[in-house]
Design a binder for this molecule. Structure first.
Ligand SMILES: C[S@@+](CC[C@H](N)C(=O)[O-])C[C@H]1O[C@@H](n2cnc3c(N)ncnc32)[C@H](O)[C@@H]1O
Length: 467
């Protein structure tokens, strides 16, 4: 038996309901009995260096002496590799021999007992699930997305007979997980709000989750709104691009994973979502994170919102003064006089960024940008142009639109295809060589499907086109 087989749990292909007590293994090995307590750490270090120590860092290496009397007196031993035979010094390293010769340790037999708590999720699964014939399906399902205490798995059909078992072991081995759900794929249930049908595999049907992202707190009902923790790097990436004092328009904001952190870094945010439940929890997030001065929630259709938000911003007068943290001092009456603001942020009249994270269809929202500034009631285009470069520092907004495409090594074909689709929608040519264009590879979503974010500056011709 190889060393790795020796540490693996016993196999049971018939198990359909988890029996934790089945997973027991006793490994006959050896241990170095340390005669004096003061030598424990030195012996451990030296035996580690000489590679006599047992090759697992999951089991406690220093144990009570197996002899009851010695254990009662505080006697300890260090576990050694199974290949070290207690009564055959030819299997010992020179270091172990030295330690034994000078009376520091004695080498004794030791029965190492492993149980369910020792084995990992993957080891338990490999012991239960029959390996598939095809090597690419060999792996046991390990992936899950976590939202607060809810783990969300997406099991292939072949694993469905084991679904409750998988969920229970997953929860056992991940202490933050209380509920495990499986996405149920009924054809046609992918709705516009991007919520999904699910079944609870383990734990209570409690989908009210609280979690943190980018140091912001979100509390929401995972069954009613869209949330994907796997997007956290994309949320961070775009928020990293936004600058303090800029205006960001988040057209499909969900519960605010772009909007709330952007507000926290003192961007003015127009955050919108069509799902009334998302709007509700967006409001909750605004309150919880105290970003009400900077983030305004809306519950409209994004097609319209792209235009109405731009017009509303042109007319809005809003500024936020930041005050030093209050100090109340009775002895110093001056402290009661109104403090002077540390800084005042005046809301600009033009959006700096539009974010559109609805990858299946966001590109088709682009026609809403055609003539964005050409027909604002009561405001001629000439007046709006004066708010923009070269008259001011303000440029037309960057548009960050998410989309799906195919997968290739270098994304060249995908970039070209995405540019062509943007051009079709705007009736204006955007190419991979257009200045400021970036097509960012966000993440793989399926074997042949990848999510991208195309960023480009709204062309002047499009914004002021007469329609
Ligand atoms: C993929 S989710 C992204 C949410 C959020 N931005 C995030 O990163 O988690 C897309 C969101 O678009 C919203 N949505 C769908 N159709 C919409 C529309 N026509 N207008 C505005 N929002 C829409 C959905 O309710 C959903 O919250």
């Amino acid at each position: 038996m190889s060393a790795s087989d020796m540490f693996a749990p016993p196999v049971n292909r018939a198990m359909k309901v988890l029996d934790r007590s089945f997973f027991q293994r006793t490994i006959p090995t050896s241990a170095a009995r340390i005669f004096s307590q003061k030598d424990i750490s030195r012996c451990r270090l030296e035996l580690e260096k000489s590679k006599d120590i047992i090759g697992t860092n999951r089991a406690l290496l220093i144990r009570s002496d197996p002899d009851q009397e010695r254990a009662g007196a505080g006697g300890k031993c260090v576990l050694l590799r199974p290949e070290v035979i207690h009564n055959d010094p030819t299997t010992w390293s020179p270091k172990l021999r030295d330690l034994e010769q000078d009376g520091t340790v004695g080498v004794i037999p030791y029965q190492l007992h492993l149980d369910y708590n020792y084995f990992s999720y993957t080891e338990i699964m490999n012991a239960i699930i029959t390996q598939s014939e095809t090597p690419e399906q060999h792996e046991v399902p390990t992936g899950f997305a976590l939202a607060g205490h809810v783990a969300h798995v997406n099991l292939r059909e072949r694993y469905l007979p084991y679904k409750h078992l998988i969920a229970t072991v997953l929860a056992d081995k991940n202490p933050q997980v209380r509920t495990v759900i499986n996405k149920v794929d009924y054809v046609g249930t992918e709705n516009e709000f991007r919520t999904f049908q699910y079944e609870v595999l383990h734990g209570p049907d409690d989908m009210e989750v609280t979690l943190k992202e980018q140091d912001c707190t979100f509390a929401f009902d995972f069954a009613k709104v869209y949330w994907n923790s796997r997007l956290h790097t994309e949320h961070e990436r775009l928020c990293g691009i936004f600058k303090e004092g800029e205006v960001v328009c988040d057209v499909m904001a969900g519960i605010g994973p772009f909007a709330i952190p952007a507000g926290k870094k003192k961007c003015f945010v127009y955050a919108n979502d069509l799902n009334p439940e998302s709007y509700k929890y967006l409001n909750v997030a605004i309150r919880m994170n105290k970003v009400g001065d900077f983030v305004r929630p809306f519950n409209e259709d994004g097609h319209e919102f792209i235009k109405t938000a731009a017009v509303e911003l042109l007319r809005a007068e809003h500024e936020v003064a930041i005050y030093p943290k209050k100090k109340t001092s009775r002895s110093n009456p001056k402290a009661r006089s109104p403090p002077r603001p540390l800084k005042t942020f005046v809301q600009p009249k033009i959006m700096s960024h539009y974010v559109m994270n609805l990858p299946a269809s966001a590109i088709t929202f682009l026609p809403s940008f055609i003539g964005l500034y050409s027909s604002v009631p009561g405001m001629p285009s000439s007046e709006i142009r004066k708010l923009l470069a070269p008259h001011t520092e303000q440029k037309l907004p960057m548009i960050h639109v998410h989309c799906f495409s195919t997968k290739s090594e270098d994304d060249v074909a995908e970039t070209k295809e995405i540019c062509e689709e943007i051009s079709r929608q705007l009736q204006y040519e955007i190419t991979p060589d257009t200045p400021e264009l970036q097509v960012w590879d966000v993440r793989d979503v399926a074997p042949k499907k990848r999510m991208f974010c195309a960023s480009f500056r709204l062309p002047e011709e499009v914004a002021f086109r007469e329609v």
